[in-house]
Write a protein that binds this ligand. Sequence first.
Ligand code: AMP
Ligand code: ZN
Length: 668
Amino acid sequence: MDTLQIIQTLREELNLHNYNYYVLDKPTLSDYEFDMKLKELQDLENKHPEFFDADSPTQRVGGAITKNFETIAHEHRMYSLDNSYSKEDLIDWENRIQKVLGNVPLEYTCELKYDGASISITYENGKLVRAVTRGDGLQGDDVTNNIRTIKSIPLKLKGEGYPSKFDIRGEIILPLAGFEKMNQELIEIGETPYSNPRNTASGSLKLQDSAEVAKRPLDCLLYFLIGANLPFDSQFEGLEKARSWGFKAPVEAKLAKSLDEVFEFIEYWDVHRHDLPYETDGVVIKVNDFHHQEELGYTAKSPRWAIAYKFKAEQVSTKLKSISYQVGRTGSITPVANLEPVQLAGTIVKRASLHNADQIEKLDIRIHDTVFVEKGGEIIPKIIAVDLSKRPENSKPTEYITHCPECETELIRGEGEANHYCPNYYGCPPQIIGRIQHYISRKAMDIEGLGGETVALLYNNGLVHNYADLYKLTVEDLLPLERMAQKSAENLVKGVENSKNIPFESVLFALGIRFVGETVAKKLAKHYKNIDALQQATLMDLILVDEIGERIAQSVIDFFENDENREIIKRLKSYGVQFEIIEKINPNATDKLSGKTFVVSGVFSTFSRDELKKAIEDNGGKIGSSISAKTDFVVAGDNMGPAKLEKANKLNISIISEDQFISMLNES
Ligand code: AMP
Ligand code: ZN
């Protein structure tokens, strides 16, 4: 096999795996095997930029930036749906239809109504060419770069018989488990969690950096094809065909031969929707036959041949026993309602989140009130209202706490911020423990042999007061602790020792600076390269770093202004923790790039433009001043001008990213 064949075989294998995993939910490769094959493909593609393919599975990680989303008119309008709330509504609907059609036998396709963001995706000759949001139904935003990163959406179709051009429509959704995980990560860095999966899904489509979208666990369910020459004439067949072309068309869909069968479908899903991995707020019933659909047509707003049936939100009322206040790692206070236990949506509910002081005030929630509790996207249910008719006579408005329940320090609340904070950064136990727990966590210092509970134990026994203290621990210190055997103590010490190899960007994340999550830590590490440079940066310097806003910048400044933080960092340095980036560039001059001419364009994150040029020359390459037929590669950073891009494309010159360039150098 020649290289191109190997590349193509790998692409096919990986595409098939993506399909099995994301569309069918039946993985055929282990994650490890998948990663190895992906890496093999990535390496080959780096070595052979001439075989670049935008549809390669390596491109699913995103990277394309959309500064402004272009407005695109929908070729076929995207309609809304009429709603119904009862069997009677549906019977009325059928009567209206039958008046037009003349009492013919009817079949209905029943589908779930997915609660996400609608999308219309255009395919031409079997390839994804464009994806547009619903917008106002007539025109929406071009979000193609972002949509291409969602792995259940095929970039190339399978099977045969698809029309040369058509649109397919569906819903971009965020499954509940993924949503919870994203929120957990936000809470960990002191950010406000997202309010629900639907808004998060639609917000994701409008992110500028498609690499960020790629990281979100988005999914897409597609249920409606539109275009000329569709090779089927009913909704249900359309779903089957869509499936055969590789689309994730909902498997829950069912063909009903009568309204009674529609009712059965509704009753079944009204109960079983809670077992689904994502939210659904109803059922959509569609007249199956396209000839009937045509005859029925549309109102100004929606098709006459389809209707949504909305489930009743699951709600119960119960008594609020008390409110407790939790203190998070960053000191933020979260009020939690303790409820009289009550059955709701298949689980027993004892607690509900109250978010913050404003929420309590807005709803005027008081202890001993009877409250309505509803289950939305979150695992923890919400209080949505108070049953005022049941309020006890002597009830008094809730007074929000003014002092920390853990350390009694007076709470503060920043201007425009929703949450109160305990400012006792170094003295408030849950903050101290939480910070160390974050430090050792998997995405941070990944310290094996040390868990969250042990951290609390170490703190409560006076062995650690901050994360730097971890590096002083000895086996002898640990042995007297409860349930600490020799072996575990040794593992703990070894785990701490090993963390000295963790790269700077993870160390920066581990420090637990408020608002500095994984991505921001990476950006800052790449930009400043070492902690000293970061520490010396002014507010203005920081804001000038791509994607760092004033809030993050101020938080970084505050962190380094604190004497104790600086002291701790000094200690960590002395223990050998990584506080600078290990340059990825090959420092030894080679002749790897000899005979090749490069043009460098745009802004880079790992190198300055001069460093890049130096690396090219050190390794035998030549620098061209402008793109011409003599150019072999364009190394493109952010903000490369469109004219240059066009020229490079016209001349068929390989465009490579900074990372691809680095891999090129690091190849043996
Ligand atoms: P509404 O926004 O309430 O008018 O409902 C119409 C929207 O429901 C459509 O724009 C779709 O985005 C969404 N929807 C979710 N699931 C389906 C489905 N199975 N069939 C049609 N539309 C659906
Ligand atoms: Zn406190």
